[in-house]
Ligand binder design. Sequence first.
Ligand code: NCD
Length: 295
Amino acid sequence: MQILDSHLNRDHLEVIFKEAAAFEKSPYIVTGAQRIILATVFYEPSTRTRLSFEAAMLRLGGNTISIPDAKHCSAEKGETLEDTVRTVSQYSDILVLRHSLPGAAKLAQEFSECPIINAGDGSKEHPTQAILDLFTIQKHFKKIDGLKILISGDLMFGRTVHSLLNLLENYEVEIWVDSPKELKLRGNWTIHECATTVGSPHPPAAEILKQVDVAYMTRMQKERWPVGMTQKPPYFSINKNNVDTMKEDAIIMHPLPRNDEINISVDKNKRAKYFEQAKNGLYVRMALIKMVLGL
Ligand code: NCD
């Protein structure tokens, strides 16, 4: 099994969810994992993704080596991604890579002596985040089919959204998207657009918020914007004034880090699932490491 992008089918996902749920119940050392070395090579900042992968490997009984700031490592001396991957993959059994170049994980796999896991490639994909997002949804609702989902924020540059939309293609869901018009989603997914994206007469995000089961919020990806685009355009947020307009059983998700698209006053609301979502990342990544290594 490879996780270079989010082209996983429903069967794959169900196996991952089952494994992750088992790890959540009882984190245990997997036979054969004790000798494993997982390398994390991150050319972009990370808190949750890198540390949950490393924690997952340690929980499975293996070890980790890491270049947390690869941009300022040998890359600063002119080393290419290919050469770094060639080298690090000789020291490890599995390599988790984050890079700003779309398609970086696939490129790296060509030069790697061990399996690569894509931990984010520019604004293109972040498949393991999307898997843990779906695991969180499945855990809460005990299903994914039939749900109504609002995805809001910087949909042009937010990679987690692109991977999530790919995985949601496996299910019968109704998806609404909302973004500033400068940061619209590009791609061929079956979606409905809110007014903040396309202008009236479409319903505004505030109206759709009242109807959805899942509100998936994302931050403005300022670091990826074209030169010259410096001012944040107005965008939708969840705050103390609108959170209780949501359905009782609805959940609010965010890949994190959040800015002000979810006000901190919402954190104690029963619908706020974003920190639990981050915790689920540990179990999902334990499952993924086990499966990629065939343990
Ligand atoms: C996301 C990412 O790196 O794409 N963070 C994460 O991995 N949880 C989201 C973001 O940076 O906005």
